[in-house]
Write a protein that binds this ligand. Structure first.
Ligand SMILES: [Cu+2]
Length: 252
């Protein structure tokens, strides 16, 4: 009798622990995409979902960099691909459009590459985001068109995101100053191996529409999964936040 009571309370305790654990995992999810996968030729209404603060510190801004496809690090299946993204996607570039919304932060703008294509965006300022809450930074993606002659069945983009909680230099990045959701490609924003979310970028995947754009016969029915990471040079160039032409984060 005693033992079964004891056992019961232990099981209850375990259950409560399991519920709490899953609750905290949900609340403390990393920053990611609201819609992480889209189908070729379809637009998306999407959001960056800011998952939590930097430790206990509120988030005061966020900076997002998509691989530009020019000097990106591309793997096709298990093989490195040196030919650029146009081998797999016909129209990569300028498919992202930031939507104005000042409900989370007061300022925002897009980031452009040398050709004027949107390759990222930032939002910051205002009254900050409580460390225990989530927030949406809305944007859209336009229709992606696969290269019909390629064997790519999906293209997965590793998107570099930094949530900023304190404005510091890169040398003073600590876990209560920034949350780094950045692919470890050797940029100044890699963070430290073993730290929270090291090499855990947000992934955005475009799946080929195999009905309207079937694989060529030469692929033998085998689609290839393509992974695209931004180069270290691109992350270093595009991650800083410029406000009216002046870099406001990180501190130079
Ligand atoms: Cu996290």
């Amino acid at each position: 009798m005693q033992i079964s009571v004891l056992l019961n309370s232990k099981i209850q305790g375990l259950l409560i622990l399991m519920i709490l654990t899953s609750f905290f995992q949900e609340v403390l999810a990393h920053t990611l995409f609201d819609v992480p996968q889209v189908t070729e030729l379809k637009k998306s209404n999407n959001n960056i979902v800011i998952g939590h603060g930097c430790g206990g510190s509120p988030v005061i801004g966020t900076s997002i960099v998509f691989p530009d496809g020019n000097d990106s690090v591309i793997t096709a299946g298990n093989d490195p691909h040196s030919g650029g993204i146009s081998s797999f996607i016909q129209n990569w570039g300028n498919l992202i459009q930031l939507l104005q919304n000042r409900s989370v932060f007061s300022e925002q703008d897009e980031k452009l590459d040398a050709n004027g294509n949107v390759i990222g965006f930032w939002s910051g300022g205002g009254r900050s985001l409580a460390a225990n809450l989530n927030a949406h930074i809305p944007f859209t993606t336009s229709a992606v068109v696969f290269e019909p002659e390629s064997c790519a069945s999906s293209v997965r983009f590793a998107v570099a995101i930094v949530d900023v909680c304190k404005i510091t230099t890169i040398a003073n990045f600590t876990e209560d100053a920034v949350s780094l959701w950045v692919p470890a490609v050797g940029s100044k924003y890699d963070g430290v191996p073993g730290s929270h979310a090291y090499d855990s970028p947000a992934f955005f995947t475009v799946n080929r529409d195999l009905e309207s754009s079937p694989l060529p016969e030469s692929c033998g029915g085998n689609g290839i999964e393509v992974l695209v990471k931004p180069s270290a040079a691109q992350v270093d160039r595009d991650m800083p936040i410029l406000y009216n032409g002046t870099q406001v984060w990180p501190q130079p």
